[in-house]
Ligand binder design. Sequence first.
Ligand code: ATP
Ligand code: MG
Length: 230
Amino acid sequence: GYPDRLEHISFEDVGFRYGSGPQILEGFNLSVEPGQTVALVGATGGGKSTLVNLLCRFYEPTSGRILIDGIDYRDRSLRWLQSSLGIVLQQPHLFSGTIGDNIRYGKLDASQEEVEDAARLAGAHEFITDLDDGYDTEVGEDGNQLSLGQKQLVSFARAVLKRPRLLVMDEATSSIDTETERQIQQGLARVLSGRTSFVIAHRLSTIRAADLILVIDHGRIVEQGTHQEL
Ligand code: ATP
Ligand code: MG
């Protein structure tokens, strides 16, 4: 398998527009050292999700390049990228099936022990074992038997199970009960530590824990630094 850490990321003079729409990014530069947690913050419509969309290669730069460990990611296979990235979306999608199946998605050969270890690391194990059927609980269509916070925990455990070299997370904003919130926070603290990660952060605790905070507005970095510096 792949090692589960490292990855230097750089955006070099990246320009981007959605289709024939307005220029969203222009001459965007960023360099992230291996193991750094970067928190993206800033006003709505500023370009945070766009940066994440580009990093995950849901979209590609219209000019400039994105390098992962010095190599333009378009020169690597999609399979390589897919196996390197752990992605937790703001509105996570789950599959109709059990919680265990959902965590295992993306690493189908994982043992029950590996699934549970990932869930523990992500902070999801507690709520899962509190359910009558534990890991065998059916989540329903799109996971609708679970709360949003629980869905994000399951999706987080799925990302962790892959031992991603790069973790990308868009924190859920909607109301999450305090207990689930606490579990997510503890999971984040464990998982982000020493792992290159991009987090669109809405919570102060995540922002505090980041090595680098980028304030994004109108497709630009308007401020950057640590929580203490800003
Ligand atoms: P929020 O905090 O609301 O999530 P954001 O910082 O993530 O905002 P983006 O979603 O990256 O901001 O939006 C940046 C700009 O790109 C906005 O002007 C937005 O309207 C535009 N945009 C975002 N997604 C698309 C899309 N799929 N197609 C066209 N334009 C888009
Ligand atoms: Mg967004």
